[in-house]
Write a protein that binds this ligand. Structure first.
Ligand SMILES: [Zn+2]
Length: 270
């Protein structure tokens, strides 16, 4: 296994349902088939809680973001070599990781896809979804992987720890990132806010990387049931920031035409 002991940074070896380092630190393999490598995580919930994970799973199951998953997969195929090691940094429940892994696996069965997320509930979902992905619970500021061990890192809407991302990449490695574009979910925001705002896309230059591709993906989602509208709302950050009065505006809505707008960047480590 490629993962390192989070305590002493030595290599972990799988043995008898555990991952053990040479210092004797040992991590039990969870029933779902993943390891928890987040130190001091025994109490409390980190990252997305179970309700958020469930809301996102419900929305994603409608397929409204599958064009993004397909676009991301095609960029990964285009910008990675065969037999690559790919890491999904902040994978959530692995919706995109799974898409990308299947695309890579079809091209080349020796591809090694790794993923981590700080939410145990999310990693448990991922591990259930695709057994070929090696998944661990970990945070993006302490990625339990050696320097220069990964060919490609992907990140979809996840907090980005740039120095760590760069550290684990090989020289010339690729970093593929998807973020919400300016128009993303504008109609949803227009329903709940008096003065909806557009997203701002920050400067695309990042230190230590060269931008080699910048694409947009924009389409209209036809949310045609109350469940679809509410599951979209529940998985956005707005669900936690919107007043009950404004939420009520959405409650009776049976349909919504809403823009999905994404930017996808490919960077090369320099
Ligand atoms: Zn150790």
């Amino acid at each position: 296994m490629l993962f390192l002991c989070p305590k002493c940074k030595n290599k972990l070896v799988e043995k008898d349902g555990c991952a053990i380092c040479r210092e004797g630190h040992s991590y039990d393999r969870a029933k779902g088939g993943y390891y928890n490598l987040l130190l001091g995580s025994s109490g409390g919930v980190h990252g997305d809680n179970k309700d958020m994970v469930l809301a996102r799973r419900e929305f994603l199951a409608f397929g409204f973001y599958s064009p993004l998953a397909e676009k991301l997969s095609s960029l990964v195929l285009q910008y990675t070599n065969e037999c690559c090691v790919l890491l999904d940094a902040g994978s959530g429940e692995g919706y995109y990781t799974d898409f990308v892994e299947r695309a890579l696996h079809e091209r080349d069965a020796d591809t090694n896809v790794l993923a981590f997320d700080i939410s145990k509930d999310a990693v448990r979902e991922l591990a259930k979804k695709n057994k070929r992905i090696s998944a661990v619970v970990a945070g993006s500021y302490h990625i339990p992987l050696p320097d220069g061990s990964v060919d490609t890192v992907i990140n979809t809407f996840s907090p980005l720890a740039l120095d760590e991302t760069r550290r684990v990449l090989k020289s010339g490695g690729r970093f593929i990132m998807a973020i919400p574009g300016e128009e993303h979910l504008y109609e949803l925001k227009a329903k709940i806010y008096d003065t909806p705002y557009k997203n701002t896309v920050a400067d695309t230059a990042i230190r230590g990387f060269k931008l080699i591709s910048d694409e947009s993906l924009t389409y209209i989602m036809h949310l045609n049931s109350r469940e679809a509208v509410s599951s979209l709302f529940m998985m956005t950050p707005y669900a936690y920031r919107t007043s009950p009065e404004n939420k009520a505006r959405l409650a009776g809505l049976d349909s919504l035409e809403c823009t999905a707008d994404f930017r996808l960047f490919v960077y090369e480590k320099i």
